[in-house]
Design a protein around this ligand. Structure first.
Ligand SMILES: Cc1cc2nc3c(=O)[nH]c(=O)nc-3n(C[C@H](O)[C@H](O)[C@H](O)COP(=O)(O)OP(=O)(O)OC[C@H]3O[C@@H](n4cnc5c(N)ncnc54)[C@H](O)[C@@H]3O)c2cc1C
Length: 1023
C-alpha cells in the first residue's frame, strides 16, 4: 500500500514524485524561494491588523485560549454547541457548565470580570445573549454569508480587491435523500442565478484571464458526501451511481452557464471513492473536453504522491486539463486519532515538515504536468506559496495558468501581498447556516490554534523570517510519537483489539467479495452439520434445512437434529475428559486459544461471508463479528494466565496460596445474532479455564458453529473436551441443563429461555442425584433507549440512533429500540430521523451497499410484523419503509418508526428484535432519564448532549450496564467496553471484561502450616 511508504529524508522527495530538476536547478529555485518569500512576508507583515482592529483582538483571544489545553477544549465545545442554543437561559447554563470558576481564572482579568458580572443578577439573560452574539460573530469571520445573495455580495467584494472566489455551501455527510436533494438544489440555484449576474461585473484581467481564454467568473466547490446519504467506500458502485445522478445535472448547468466546479476532498476513508467518481464523470463523453473542473489532493496523505502520479496519467488519457488544488489537509487530527483508535495504519504524515516537503514535491510535479494538471495552490504558508511561484518561474509557466488560493477570513494580509506580486488569488468562501457549518468552523479554529500553523507562527508568534521560510527538514528533535501502535496497546493494558477491516482499501473489498462468491458457490451442495461427541461424528436420524434469509429458496446448510440421548452422552463424555483437560494447565489452554485466533485470522473473510448467507448479516457487521471472536480468544487467553497465577499470602509459619479450578462440564447455548463471536466467547472462556464444553449453536447458525468447532479442534482442543450438538434447543436444551454432571450453563438469548434455564438449573441442582449447584451465566435482552437532549448535535444523534436501531435489522441485544427526545427538539429531530430512515438501503445481505438486510427467519419476521400492527394501532407512523418485491424473496421487513407511543405499552416495554423504533417526547432531561429507566431491562443506553452537567447526571442515573455518551450504543469492543447488563438483562459479569472468567472457575485456597517444633522457613511473601 502506498501509505506504508516510509517518509523520504529531506531533499529526497523526488524519489516519490520524479522531477526533471537536478540538484543544481533545485538550489537555484531555493534561492528564488527565499527572495520571493521575504518579499511576500514583508508585505504581509506591513498589512497586518493593528491594535485598533477587531481582528487583532480576535487573534489575541486565541492566544489566551491556547495557553491552556483544558480551556481550549472547553471553549471549542462551547462554540460548537452555541448555534443550537436559541434561548438565553440555555446559553447561560452552558456558559456556567463550560466555564466553571477554575476555567474563568485562566482568562485575562478583563474578560474574567465581565463574565463573572454577567453570571449574576438580572443582567444574566442579556449577557448571555451578548456572549452568544459575540461567539457567532467570531464564527462569521470564516463564513461569507447565510444566503446565496449574501455570499454573492461577499464574492463581489473579493473581486473589487482583484481576487477570484470559489463558493462552498456549508454542510457535509448528509443523513437523508431529502437533505442531499436540498444540497444539490441549492447548488443548482446558485449555478443558474449567479453566472448571468457575474457576466455584468466589470472585467478584471488578473482574476479572469486564463492561459487559454477567460476563466469562469463563477467557481463553486462541493463535497460529494453531501450528495448521497449512503456515501460509503464499502459500496463504490452503488455510491458512484447515486452521486452521479445528483452531480451530473450540476456539471451540465455549470458547463452551460460558464461556471467552474471543484470537488473538495474529505476524509481518507472517502478519498479513493471521491477520486474515482471525479474521474468517472470527467471521462463521460459530454464532459471529457471540459477544462473547468477540478479536484483536491491532500498532501498530508502518504498516498498523495501515488494519487498524483495516477491523476497525471489519467488526465493525459482524457486529453483536456483539469485543475488540481493542492492543500495540506484539514482533517489531520481526525485522521490520526481515528486510525489509531481503529488500529489501522495512520494515513497522514506524522511530522509537519513531511507534509510541507510532500506539498513542495507535489507542487513541482503538478507544475511540470501543467498542460493537464492546472496548479492551484491552496495554502496560507508563504514558504509553500513562494516555492510554487519559484517553480513556476523556473518552468517558464504562464502565470495565468497557476493560481494561489486561501480561505475566507484567513491570511487577509497575505492575500494582498500575493495579489500585489501579480499572482491570481482565489478565495474559498463557505456560506450557509451555522448549524451545518459548525464542523467547518471547528476545523478552522483547530487549524488557527495549532502549534504547527504557519499563520500563527508568522503573524502571532512572530517567528523569525529565516525559520518561517526555511526549506522543510526534520527538526533537531523528532516530534512524532515513536510508535503509535505501541501507544494504543499500552492504553489497552497491553491488549490490542483485532482491527476491523478497512473497506476504504480496495484489496479488502475485493478479498471480501471473493469470500462472498466462494460462500455463494457452495449453494448447490449445502454442508451437513453433524453431531460430534468425543471426536466421533454421528449422522442423526433427522435433518432440517437452513435457508438464506435474503433468499429463502436457497439452502445454506443441512442441520443434524441432535436428540436428548445425544445430549446426555455429550455431557458424560465431557465429564470423562475433565481431568486431562484440567491437568493440561493454563499455559497450554491459553496457547490453544491463541492458535484458534491465528486460524480465524487466516480465514477471516470466509467466516464473515458465511454469516452473510447464514443469518443475513451485512458485510461490515459480519466482519466485526469475526474480529470480536478473535478478540475473545486473545483476551481470555491473557486473562486466564493472569487469573490462574496463584495468589500467595505467606506469613512466617504459614503459607497460603489461592488458585482457581475449573467448575466442571460447561454447556454453552448460543444465539444466532453474533453467530461466531458469542458462541466463541462463551466457549473460549469455559475452555481456557479448564472446563470441557458441550457446544450448542443456534439452529439458524449451525454452520458457523461447525466452523468454530473445527477451528478449536484444529487449534488443539482434545476430542473429549469439546462436543458439537446442533439441533433444536427445545429438544436438547433441557437434557443438557438438567444433567447432573453439568456444572455450568453459559447462555445468551431471550429473556424467556434464559429464565427457563435458570429455573431448570435450580430445580436440577436440588434433585436427589445432584452433585453440584449449577451456575448459570445468562446474557438476556434489552429495551435500550437513547436520550436526545435539546442541545445535542442532531446530525450525530440521527446517525447514532439510525445505526443503533437498524444495524443488523435491530437484531442485537444492544440495539436501540426507544429514542427519548426533549420536547424542544422533538419535532425537528423526528422529521430528520424519518427522512434518514426512509433513505436506508434495504436489500440482500450479500450486496455491499445494503444497510438493512432481512430478518433471520420466518418466525422473526412474523413476530416483528405483529408489532408493526400494534404500532399502527397505538402510535403515529413516522416512517414505514416498504420492501416491495424483496418480501417475496426473503424474510424482509422494512424499518419502521412510531411516535406518540405509550411508554407502558408493548412498543415501550417489549423486546422486539427487529427494525422497529419507538419515539417518546420528554418534558425535560429528568423526565427523559425516568422514561429511559422505565423498563425491566438494564442493558445499554445512550445520551446525545453537549451539557457536561447532564452527561454527568445521565452517568449517575441511567440504569444500564453499558452507557454510551455522544456515540452509538452498539459495537462494544472486548476489553475497551466489557459488555453486559443487569435487572432482567442478565446475570453474570461482563463478557470481554476482567471479571468474566472468574465465573467459570472455583477458587480454592491451600494453607500450609510450615512451623515444625518452633522452626519455620522464612516467609516468601509478606502480606
Ligand atoms: C482554497 C482552499 C481549499 C481547501 N480545500 C480543502 C479540501 O478540500 N480538503 C481539505 O482537507 N482541506 C482543504 N483546505 C484546507 C487546508 O487543508 C488547510 O487550510 C491547510 O491544511 C492549512 O495548511 P497551510 O499550508 O495553509 O498552513 P501550514 O500552517 O503550513 O500547514 C498546516 C497543515 O499542516 C498539516 N500538519 C499539521 N501538523 C502536522 C503534523 N504534525 N504532521 C504532519 N502534517 C501536519 C495539516 O494539514 C495542517 O492543516 C483548503 C484550503 C484552501 C486554502
Amino acid at each position: 500500500m502506498a501509505f506504508s511508504t516510509p517518509a523520504p529524508r529531506a531533499g529526497e522527495w523526488s524519489a516519490l514524485l520524479p522531477t526533471r530538476f537536478d540538484a543544481a536547478a533545485r538550489d537555484r529555485i531555493e534561492g528564488r524561494v527565499q527572495a520571493i518569500g521575504r518579499d511576500l512576508l514583508e508585505k504581509s507583515l506591513a498589512a497586518q491588523p493593528t491594535v485598533l482592529s477587531p481582528d487583532y483582538w480576535a487573534e489575541q483571544a486565541g492566544e489566551w485560549v491556547l495557553a491552556d489545553d483544558d480551556l481550549k477544549v472547553r471553549l471549542f465545545r462551547l462554540v460548537d454547541c452555541m448555534p443550537m442554543l436559541d434561548d438565553p437561559a440555555a446559553v447561560d447554563r452552558h456558559l456556567r457548565e463550560y466555564l466553571d470558576d477554575e476555567s474563568l481564572e485562566k482568562l485575562p482579568a478583563m474578560l474574567r470580570t465581565a463574565l463573572k458580572a454577567a453570571r449574576s443578577g438580572i443582567l444574566a439573560p442579556f449577557a448571555a445573549r451578548a456572549v452568544r452574539a459575540a461567539m457567532l460573530a467570531q464564527a462569521k469571520r470564516f463564513i461569507a454569508g447565510t444566503t446565496p445573495a449574501e455570499a454573492g455580495k461577499a464574492a463581489l467584494r473579493e473581486r473589487r480587491r482583484h481576487r477570484g472566489f470559489t463558493l462552498d455551501l456549508l454542510g457535509e455527510a448528509v443523513t437523508s435523500d431529502a437533505e442531499a436533494d436540498a444540497y444539490a438544489a441549492a447548488y443548482a440555484r446558485l449555478l443558474a442565478e449567479l453566472p448571468p449576474e457575474a457576466a455584468r461585473w466589470p472585467a478584471d484581467p488578473l482574476v479572469d484571464d486564463g492561459p487559454a481564454g477567460p476563466l469562469p467568473r463563477v467557481n463553486v466547490s462541493l463535497k460529494l458526501s453531501a450528495l448521497d446519504p449512503r456515501f460509503d467506500c464499502i459500496d463504490p458502485a452503488g455510491t458512484t451511481a447515486r452521486v452521479l445522478a445528483r452531480l451530473r445535472p450540476l456539471w451540465r448547468l455549470a458547463r452551460d452557464r460558464g461556471a467552474q466546479v471543484h470537488v473538495d476532498m474529505e476524509s481518507h476513508a472517502t478519498k479513493d471513492l471521491t477520486l474515482a467518481i471525479f474521474k468517472t464523470i470527467a471521462m463521460e463523453e459530454e464532459f471529457r473536453d471540459w477544462p473547468h473542473c477540478g479536484i483536491v489532493v491532500q498532501c498530508y496523505l502518504r498516498e498523495a504522491p501515488h494519487d498524483l502520479g495516477h491523476l497525471a496519467t489519467w488526465a493525459q488519457q482524457r486529453g483536456a486539463p483539469i485543475w488540481v488544488r493542492l492543500v495540506k489537509g484539514a482533517y489531520w487530527d481526525y485522521e490520526t486519532v481515528h486510525a489509531r483508535a481503529a488500529g489501522w495504519p495512520v494515513p497522514v504524515w506524522q511530522e509537519k515538515w513531511q507534509t510541507d516537503a510532500c506539498y513542495e514535491a507535489a507542487t513541482t510535479f503538478v507544475m511540470e504536468h501543467a498542460a493537464v494538471l492546472r496548479p492551484a495552490l491552496g495554502s496560507h504558508n508563504l514558504r509553500s506559496l513562494a516555492h510554487g511561484m519559484a517553480v513556476a518561474e523556473a518552468l517558464g509557466l504562464d502565470r495565468r495558468a497557476v493560481e494561489m488560493q486561501m480561505l475566507y477570513g484567513m491570511g487577509d494580509a497575505e492575500k494582498e501581498a500575493v495579489t500585489a506580486a501579480g499572482w491570481r488569488m482565489r478565495v474559498y468562501m463557505p456560506y450557509g447556516e451555522l448549524v451545518p457549518g459548525m464542523a467547518y468552523l471547528v476545523r478552522r479554529l483547530l487549524e488557527n490554534s495549532s502549534n504547527d500553523s504557519f499563520l500563527r507562527a508568522g503573524f502571532v508568534k512572530h517567528v523569525a523570517a529565516e525559520q518561517l521560510l526555511a526549506a522543510p527538514a526534520p527538526p533537531a528533535r523528532p516530534t512524532a510519537p515513536a510508535d503509535p501502535a505501541a501507544e494504543t496497546a499500552s492504553a489497552g493494558g497491553g491488549f490490542m483489539n483485532e482491527p476491523l477491516a478497512d473497506f476504504a482499501v480496495a484489496a479488502n473489498r475485493e478479498a471480501f467479495a471473493a469470500a462472498v462468491a466462494r460462500a455463494r458457490a457452495v449453494g448447490a451442495a449445502p454442508p451437513l452439520i453433524p453431531v460430534v461427541i468425543g471426536g466421533e461424528r454421528t449422522e442423526p436420524a433427522e435433518w432440517f434445512d437452513r435457508h438464506d434469509p435474503s433468499d429463502h429458496a436457497r439452502v445454506v446448510a443441512r442441520v443434524g437434529a441432535a436428540t436428548a440421548a445425544d445430549a446426555r452422552r455429550a455431557v458424560e463424555t465431557a465429564r470423562a475428559a475433565l481431568p486431562a483437560w484440567q491437568a493440561a494447565g493454563v499455559a497450554r489452554r491459553a496457547a490453544v486459544l491463541r492458535a484458534a485466533a491465528a486460524i480465524m485470522r487466516t480465514r477471516r473473510f470466509d467466516l464473515a461471508a458465511l454469516q452473510v448467507f447464514e443469518v443475513g448479516k451485512p458485510w461490515r457487521e459480519a466482519d466485526a463479528d469475526v474480529a470480536e471472536a478473535i478478540d475473545f480468544c486473545a483476551y481470555y487467553a491473557r486473562e486466564a494466565e493472569r487469573l490462574f497465577a496463584p495468589r500467595r499470602v505467606d506469613v512466617p509459619g504459614e503459607e497460603n496460596a489461592t488458585t482457581h479450578l475449573p467448575r466442571g462440564v460447561a454447556v454453552v447455548i448460543a444465539p444466532w445474532n453474533f453467530p461466531l463471536a458469542i458462541l466463541c466467547g462463551m466457549t473460549a472462556a469455559a475452555l481456557v479455564t479448564g472446563n470441557p464444553v458441550v457446544m450448542k449453536p443456534a439452529e439458524q447458525s449451525s454452520l458457523t458453529g461447525l466452523r468454530l468447532f473445527e477451528i478449536l479442534r484444529e487449534a488443539g482442543v482434545p476430542p473429549g473436551a469439546l462436543a458439537l450438538l446442533p439441533g433444536r434447543g427445545e429438544e436438547v436444551g433441557p437434557a443438557l441443563v438438567s444433567h447432573p454432571d453439568t456444572a455450568l450453563v453459559a447462555f445468551t438469548g431471550s429473556r424467556a429461555v434464559g429464565l427457563a434455564i435458570n429455573r431448570l438449573a435450580a430445580e436440577a441442582s436440588a434433585g436427589p442425584d445432584s452433585r453440584v449447584i449449577k451456575r448459570v451465566i445468562a446474557e438476556l435482552g434489552g429495551k435500550n433507549a437513547i436520550v436526545v437532549d435539546d442541545d445535542a448535535d442532531l446530525d450525530e444523534a440521527v446517525v447514532g440512533v439510525v445505526g443503533g436501531a437498524f444495524g443488523f435489522q435491530g437484531q442485537k441485544c444492544s440495539a436501540c429500540s426507544r429514542v427519548i427526545v426533549l420536547d424542544h427538539v422533538h419535532d425537528a429531530f423526528v422529521a430528520r430521523l424519518a427522512e434518514a430512515v426512509k433513505s436506508l438501503g434495504v436489500g440482500p445481505a450479500d450486496d455491499p451497499g445494503t444497510r438493512v438486510g432481512p430478518l433471520v427467519d420466518e418466525e422473526a419476521r412474523d413476530r416483528v410484523r405483529s408489532f408493526l400492527e400494534v404500532g399502527k394501532r397505538t402510535g403515529r407512523v413516522v416512517a414505514a419503509v416498504d420492501v416491495g418485491p424483496l418480501a417475496e424473496r426473503g424474510w424482509f421487513v422494512g424499518p419502521h418508526v412510531f411516535a406518540d407511543v405509550d411508554p407502558a405499552g408493548p412498543l415501550g416495554q417489549e423486546e422486539i428484535f427487529g427494525p422497529v423504533l419507538a419515539v417518546f417526547r420528554a418534558r425535560d432531561f429528568e423526565h427523559a432519564i425516568e422514561l429511559a429507566n422505565g423498563t425491566a431491562y438494564a442493558l445499554t443506553a445512550g445520551v446525545y448532549s453537549r451539557s457536561p452537567a447532564r452527561l454527568r447526571l445521565a452517568t449517575e442515573r441511567l440504569a444500564a450496564g453499558n452507557i454510551y455518551l455522544n456515540r452509538g450504543i452498539t459495537g462494544a469492543l472486548v476489553n475497551r467496553q466489557p459488555f453486559g447488563g443487569y435487572r432482567m438483562s442478565g446475570i453474570g459479569s461482563k463478557a470481554g471484561g476482567p471479571e468474566y472468567l472468574l465465573q467459570f472457575t472455583v477458587p480454592r485456597t491451600v494453607t500450609e502450616n510450615t512451623m515444625r517444633r518452633g522452626f519455620a522457613p522464612p516467609a516468601t511473601d509478606e502480606p
